[in-house]
Design a protein. Structure first.
Length: 119
């Protein structure tokens, strides 16, 4: 069984892009656009990696990341904070939430996945 990645992303095009890229590299994916549902999915499926949009409509992806990192059973799962609209300070907020730094370039996609342990 391949490594699993949970994608938490509210933009349908971004979700498709992440799924296509990951599945083309042999990863199994699941996804949701809802932060609350993401927390439930993490508890149920224990993915190897989480890609977390930091700007979700219902609840901030940073808050969801904090909840994951506050749970002793889940905190070991790497979380990569992603956003299409990075603003100054988003990187430091993701670090405070214990997410990995934001991957801002698709050209570094493969090396980022390897660095975060999803290879």
């Amino acid at each position: 069984m391949g490594k699993t990645v949970l994608i938490v992303e509210d933009n349908e095009l971004n979700m498709k892009l992440f799924r296509d890229l990951l599945e083309a590299h042999g990863y199994e994916t699941s996804g949701t656009s809802n932060g609350f549902e993401a927390l439930d999915l993490v508890r149920k499926t224990r993915p190897d990696l989480i890609l977390m949009d930091i700007q979700l409509p219902q609840v901030s992806g940073l808050d969801v990341t904090r909840w994951i990192k506050d749970d002793p059973e889940l905190r070991g799962i790497p979380v990569v904070a992603v956003t299409a609209f990075a603003m100054k300070g988003d990187g430091s907020e993701s670090v405070k939430a214990a997410a990995r730094p934001i991957c801002q370039s698709l050209s570094r996609w493969g090396s980022s996945l390897k660095r975060f342990g999803a290879s």
